[in-house]
Ligand binder design. Structure first.
Ligand SMILES: *Cc1c(COP(=O)(O)O)cnc(C)c1O
Length: 480
């Protein structure tokens, strides 16, 4: 069994095994003609259940053959131009190379003595990101598992910085289309979900700052403490960007922590054309970025950045066996002092390989392309009488709904749209997402693939209309 350990003796086996796996995946990726096979969980489950984990196959080729059956063949492939559903990007090859390197070396970024150079690479990428944001010379941050953890950590710091002796008095302000992790964080931080005051959005799904000002004032008058305002730079559903400069002013006025959730919109930090859309982000006290959304990185790759490095101390604990206090004096850089995690992947390496190979402009251009594509999609939808489209895109998301002229019952239209999404998924021809707008069911394209064309979008819209029409036709038969 020692022959399976990755070490000096087995370096050749490592090369052969991984190459065989890479060849399989490359062949699969080259051969995908649809984003999905449409398989159901019920159909797939018996194949996985029938496998006896206590009877190993021993041999790589056999294991890969089996993997084809239980995973590779039926996976949802984000690189396919007709995968248009969630915030999943196709990944860039330099980052995948980084992934292979980081798991083979297997550094853990908690302490210097488990990562050495890795720590410095991560720190340099944090500095690179804070410089792009414009957070100033005292800024710092750390890589996290994702946007949800970044939001949680940012709100933890905000809670600790808030001037109050009573958690019950703390309030967080976020728009009605902010990410659910804001409420979840409030819950985890002992504030309860009701501590989050929901601010309405305007027609473009941006936080109404007049309403925010009113709520901040009410909070002050009621003797409560405004702990943080969460501005979203790229909402999950619409890609809308809250008015950051106005929000920054209000935060300044009320002495409130400003957190910018740029999990999605962070791609603009590298943008060649649209960086100005997130102007004002530099005023933030903390920022969430998900490189695994708009920097074309494999999951996970994310960070939380702060304007004042000192605030990260609220996540610091010293353990004699890991990061004793004296190491701070000895200037040994232990990233665990800044992180909610302990053992932690060297995810930063993927971004490093990406920037060293393609440069920031290379990534930014890819993101600009999908933003441009969204504008074309908007034009397509706006000109199509079969569809109602909401919100001109600020990033790369389109939310729309099939509205047949002959049907007036909105509940029936809801059902037709829900049916169309399901039928499309079951066909595997394309994958789209869904959401609700003003209580009605809508469909969503999240465009993150520069290979997607206007023709792809048009073809998928025809498919959706076809499924919806079929549903409505059958529903007439059902009713009669
Ligand atoms: C995706 C997303 C998150 C959560 O990020 P994860 O990486 O999925 O944990 C938070 N905020 C926004 C706006 C998002 O789009």
């Amino acid at each position: 069994m020692r022959s399976h350990l990755l070490n000096d003796t087995n370096a050749e086996r490592y090369r052969r095994t991984v190459t065989e796996g890479v060849e399989r995946v490359a062949a699969r990726i080259a051969a995908t003609d649809r984003p999905f096979t449409g398989i159901t969980a019920d159909a797939l489950a018996p194949r996985i259940e029938s496998i006896d984990l206590d009877r190993p196959l021993g041999d790589t080729t056999a294991v890969l053959d089996e993997l084809e059956e239980v995973y590779l063949r039926d996976a949802v492939y984000f690189h396919h131009p007709r995968y248009l559903a969630h915030l999943n990007c196709p990944v860039v090859i330099p980052a995948v190379l980084g992934e292979a390197v980081l798991s083979a070396v297997n550094s853990s970024l908690d302490t210097w003595d488990q990562s050495a150079g890795g720590t410095l690479i991560e720190r340099k990428l944090v500095d690179w990101t804070t410089a792009r944001i414009g957070l100033g010379p005292a800024a710092d941050g750390v890589f996290t598992s994702g946007g949800s953890q970044s939001n949680l950590q940012a709100l933890l710091l905000a809670r600790e910085e808030a001037k109050t002796d009573s958690l019950e008095k703390l309030r967080i302000f976020a728009s009605e289309v902010s990410h659910f992790s804001v409420k979840k964080s409030a819950q985890l931080l002992g504030l309860g979900q009701d501590a989050v005051i929901t601010i309405p959005v305007d027609h473009d799904k941006r936080m109404r700052t007049v309403a925010l000002a009113r709520e901040l004032e009410r909070c002050a008058q009621d003797g409560l403490v405004p702990m943080a305002v969460v501005a979203t730079a790229g909402t999950t559903d619409f890609g809308s960007i809250d008015p950051l400069p106005e929000i920054a002013e209000l935060c300044e006025q009320y002495g409130t922590w400003m957190h910018v959730d740029a999990a999605y919109g962070c791609g603009l930090l590298a943008s060649v054309k649209y960086r100005d859309r997130i102007d004002g982000i530099e005023h933030a006290d903390s920022v969430t970025v998900d490189y695994h959304k708009s920097f074309f990185q494999p999951v996970s790759s994310s960070a939380v950045l702060v304007k004042d490095a000192a605030t990260l101390r609220h996540a610091t604990y010293h353990a004699e066996y890991l990061n004793p206090r004296r190491m701070v004096q000895e200037r040994i850089p232990n990233q665990v002092d800044k992180s909610l995690q302990t053992t932690r992947r060297f995810d930063a390496l993927k971004l490093w390989m990406t920037l060293r190979t393609m440069g920031a402009d290379g990534i930014g251009q890819l993101f600009d392309e999908v933003c441009d594509l969204a504008v074309r999609g908007w034009e397509l939808l706006a000109a199509d009488p079969r569809y109602d489209v909401v919100v001109e895109p600020s990033l790369s998301t389109l939310v729309f709904r099939y509205i047949p002229a002959a049907v007036t019952d909105p509940a029936e239209i809801d059902r037709a749209n829900l049916y169309a999404r399901k039928a499309l998924f079951a066909s595997g021809d394309a994958v789209v997402a869904g959401t609700k707008v003003s209580g009605r069911h809508y469909l969503k394209f999240t465009l993150l693939n520069p290979e997607t064309t206007v023709d792809d979008m048009a073809a998928v819209l025809d498919l959706i209309a076809g499924h919806a029409e079929q549903y409505l036709g059958e529903s007439v038969v059902r009713a009669s």
